[in-house]
Ligand binder design. Structure first.
Ligand SMILES: [Zn+2]
Length: 430
């Protein structure tokens, strides 16, 4: 497993350490090199430690430290030392490191087969809560007053993540939703943050062909304008009460015969999907296309079994600037539905999969909080490469009941108890 970290970093992210090392160093006195500090923070997430304390406790174990030095080729600093530096590093510098790592993945072309219609990378956009306090935390906190008059102070972040059908979910850019210093009329919000996030996406990936996937908050003129200016495609959820004029135009189309149909059987369930679409609907300065997928799932039951369950029907509707037709409707709708990956494979994994996204890694510094967040994104990127490597997939195939978490528990046990000088000679690949 530890060898696999070396394999994946060497193959996919060969300049990880040099990018860490070139990150501007805010310190005067330096006991550790910058790459040791940043890898020290990243490794807390890589090794699924969930808190600074957990990793610090392992620093007392000589075998653990020897393994860390052997496999990562670096010294592991105390997490207080890491935190002191992260409180001072400019978050934009670390965000740039993350973007350069992602650019390397795009250059290698292995992500190309995941593109929609062989052209557009699917980029899901959504926001998630990161930390919440019951007292003011910093000058940029957002606030919310509950019915009982209590005020919550919190931070959340708007993410743009590359999503793929087989569950990759890589952070491309992160934009914090936060209030400005001093007085202001209205608090910052997800919609305003999207304008800034789009600027970051364009800056870091200027020529990347992408298709933005977003929820029902996003079908609006600002988003359509930004996508047109940047030459991006979009597939955005259309909810009941949004874009009234568009809704009126498609009301009758919903009653018509489907224009395309697909049918498949998955784990004993028959899934039939019916597609309807309407092209070139005028909406202010834009022409939109509407796409609907009505999916019916029927559980396959043996003949004569009376316990038949009622078919379950779901309705998905989108507005898009990719013209739907009979041939591509199913692929467009499937692309639109990958938006869910940012919630499941993205936020839920990072909150519950031992990354502990909502843990207060840094209570007293917003800068530190942002930098820990970026290191978590980098660690999640690396871990996805390791988890989807042939080596780890083979372990999971062989031990079907073993979860990713179980594998990492074994990895930590190995680091604690098997000294690198006694290591068995295994050369995994993939
Ligand atoms: Zn704050």
């Amino acid at each position: 497993m530890l060898v696999e970290y070396g394999n994946q970093i060497g193959r996919r992210l060969p300049d990880l350490l040099s990018l860490f090392s070139s990150c501007p160093d805010p310190r005067k006195r330096k006991e550790y090199r910058m790459e040791e500090i940043l890898m020290g923070g990243t490794s807390m997430f890589l090794l699924r430690q969930g808190s600074r304390n957990n990793l610090n406790n392992k620093r007392f174990e000589e075998t653990f430290m020897a393994n860390y030095a052997h496999y990562f080729g670096l010294r592991l600093p105390h997490q207080d030392t890491v935190s002191d530096v992260l409180n001072k590093v400019n978050p934009e510098d670390l965000e740039l490191v993350k973007a350069k790592l992602m650019s390397r993945l795009f250059e290698q072309k292995w992500l190309r087969p995941y593109r929609l219609l062989d052209n557009y990378y699917l980029v899901a956009v959504d926001a998630t809560g990161v930390v919440s306090f019951d007292k003011p935390h910093c000058a940029h906190c957002l606030t919310r007053k509950s019915k009982n008059g209590k005020v919550a102070y919190f931070h959340y972040v708007l993410e743009a993540k590359l999503v793929t059908a087989d569950g990759h979910c890589f952070s491309l850019a992160s934009e914090w939703v936060e209030n400005p210093c001093g007085s202001f009329d209205k608090q910052d919000c997800e919609r305003k943050a999207f304008v800034r996030l789009a600027g970051q996406l364009k800056k870091h990936y200027p020529r990347l062909p992408m298709c933005i996937l977003a929820d029902g908050l996003y079908p609006n003129n600002t988003v359509f304008d930004i996508c047109r200016t940047n030459n991006w495609k979009y597939i955005i959820v259309l909810q009941d009460k949004t874009l009234k004029s568009v809704q009126e135009e498609v009301d009758l189309v919903r009653l018509r015969k489907p224009m395309a149909e697909t049918y498949k059987v998955q784990n004993g369930t028959r899934i039939s999907s019916k597609y309807r679409f309407q092209t070139y609907i005028a909406y202010q300065k834009h022409k939109l296309h509407w796409l609907q997928c009505v999916e019916t799932k029927t559980k396959d039951v043996p003949k004569g079994d009376r316990n038949t369950t009622k078919p379950a029907e779901s309705n998905f509707e989108y507005v898009t600037n990719i013209e739907p037709d009979k041939e591509n409707a199913a692929r467009l709708a499937a692309g639109g539905r990958l938006r869910w990956k940012i919630e499941n494979e993205g936020f839920n994994t990072q909150k519950r999969g031992d990354y502990e996204l909502e843990h207060k890694y840094c209570r007293n510094s917003l800068t530190g909080l942002k930098n820990y967040y970026t290191l978590l994104q980098i660690a999640h990127m690396i871990n996805q490469l390791v988890e989807k490597s042939k080596f780890v997939m083979a372990i999971q195939k062989e031990h079907t009941k073993q979860t990713i978490r179980d594998i990492w528990i074994c990895l930590i046990a190995y680091m604690l108890f098997v000294h690198p000088k006694d290591k068995p000679q295994i050369q995994p690949s993939g």
